[in-house]
Design a protein around this ligand. Structure first.
Ligand code: TRP
Length: 464
């Protein structure tokens, strides 16, 4: 096993929202840390094609791309070290999406959680099951598979809600490997077209609860913004964290509110223990919220400063993304080039020469057995496909096989004899086993007899 082998890690963020603390703790922070390790080759991208599935507000998508790109960089992503790009800058991704679409079972997509949930919602409302469901939502898992498979990624860090999508990417990749693996190698590819990706769920990274205690998520409207709106927005959101009505002085249960869980996602063990003790000995919720704000700010303020600078210079971000797209395409383009040929979409000239080569390979004498209404037969075909001899019908396939073996064995040239002016035969122990075609001229018959003798010699050479 190559334990030290570099793993390609790949993950994307859909550009339809504004990054919040849950994204930072659950995804950005661990991803940036992992990208600093020497044994990883990280690919991080803005899933902006995916955004169109969720959001048809162009201003929102455009703004989110900028915010998310600036966030990655502000969080310490080093674009010189990783491959950082935009999905929509890589034409190989939609191209691969189509190739994968054509090997993806429709039934697989029918089982996708997000699609099923949308159907269930419609059904519950008494509407048509497919009401307002786009083909984009349905195809979401295939586009995501292309994101991953285009780069042969091994590990895909994602949230639990995305695990099914990674499994689907494996299924789809496996199917493609099965159908086109051989053609891929013939077209010059190594191993299999696709490495099969694995989801990585970091057990050490707790899912951050939101203001109401449920998972922090844009769809629950319970988030604390990461950078947008400044420290003020963070403070205002924290103030909305739901707590119980215990007064200052009364002991608090640190685990009954999101407050302590969010604190712990930033602070170390010692600090967290001290905070817990303060809550248990009666610190007021107002003071606790102030402490939480300060603790978050300690980590986030320096990053926010970088973020604000980046947001003021979108051209610099654009440059970084274009450089990233070049790096990403340097991987995807040659792969797609082979893949196109593997599925039969290469240049016509290559197909022509391949067909010729295939014909050439077939340019050899063959004994072909077959069955017709009268019984089992075989025929001797010349290198150019000419039928030189056709056997009589045998009731028993074994007898036919025996006779064809005799024909291809040593000395068979002696058993080829003219039988009349127009034909010659293959005769053994006085029995005619096979007959030539009919020739109108003697010279033609004899020329064919010579060709048949030569064919039998070459047949022995190729079978021995
Ligand atoms: N679907 C992911 C999400 O919404 C984003 C995404 C798109 C992604 N393509 C990907 C994640 C490929 C990992 C790998 O969270």
């Amino acid at each position: 096993m190559h334990v030290s082998m570099t793993q390609r890690i790949l993950t994307g963020i859909t550009t339809s929202g504004t990054p919040h603390l849950g994204n930072y703790v659950g995804m950005l922070r661990p991803a940036v840390a992992a990208s600093r390790r020497d044994d990883t080759d990280s690919f991080f991208f803005l899933a902006d094609y995916h955004a169109l599935i969720k959001c048809d507000d162009p201003a929102r998508v455009a703004r989110s791309r900028l915010e998310i790109a600036a966030t990655w960089l502000a969080c310490g992503l080093d674009p010189a070290r990783v491959t950082f790009y935009r999905q929509s800058d890589i034409p190989e991704i939609p191209e691969l999406t189509w190739l994968l679409t054509c090997v993806t079972a429709k039934g697989l997509l029918n089982r996708a959680h997000a699609y099923k949930a949308a159907i269930d919602q419609n059904t519950a409302k008494g509407e048509d099951p497919d009401a307002a469901i786009t083909a984009g939502l349905y195809m979401y898992p295939v586009l995501m598979a292309a994101d991953i498979l285009a780069f042969n990624a091994n590990k895909v860090p994602v949230g639990r809600d995305q695990v099914q999508h990674i499994e689907m990417a494996r299924d789809i990749g496996q199917r493609f490997n099965h159908i086109y693996g051989k053609a891929w190698r013939t077209a010059g590819g190594k191993n299999e077209p696709f490495a099969l990706p694995e989801a990585v769920i970091d057990e050490n990274v707790a899912t951050l609860p939101g203001l109401d205690g449920r998972k922090m998520s844009k769809s629950y409207d319970n988030t604390v913004p990461l950078f947008e709106g400044g420290a003020k927005a963070t403070r205002e959101a924290i103030a909305k964290i739901i707590t119980d009505s215990r007064e200052p002085g009364e002991p608090k249960d640190p685990d009954s509110s999101s407050l302590f869980a969010i604190f712990r996602a930033f602070a170390g063990d010692t600090e967290s223990r001290a905070f817990r003790a303060e809550l248990e000995s009666g610190m007021g919720w107002g003071d606790a919220k102030k402490k939480l704000c300060d603790r978050i700010e300690q980590d986030v303020a320096p990053l926010r400063e970088r973020y604000d600078t980046l947001m003021a210079h979108p051209d610099d971000i654009e440059d970084a993304l274009r450089e990233g797209a070049k790096k990403a395409r340097a991987v995807a383009l040659p792969r797609l080039e082979i893949m196109r040929r593997a599925v039969g979409l290469g240049p016509l000239a290559a197909a022509g020469s391949k067909a010729k080569a295939a014909k050439k390979a077939d340019k050899r004498v063959r004994l072909v057995s077959f069955r017709d209404s009268e019984g089992f037969r075989f025929r001797l075909l010349g290198a150019d496909g000419e039928e030189l001899l056709l056997s009589r019908a045998f009731a028993d396939p074994k007898a036919a096989g025996q006779a064809s073996r005799t024909l291809s064995s040593e000395g068979a040239t002696e058993v080829l004899k003219p039988i009349d002016a127009s034909r010659f035969v293959f005769i053994q122990d006085g029995e005619i086993l096979a007959t030539s075609a009919e020739f109108t001229k003697l010279a033609a018959r004899d020329a064919a007899l010579e060709r048949t003798r030569a064919a039998l010699v070459s047949l022995r050479e190729t079978t021995e």
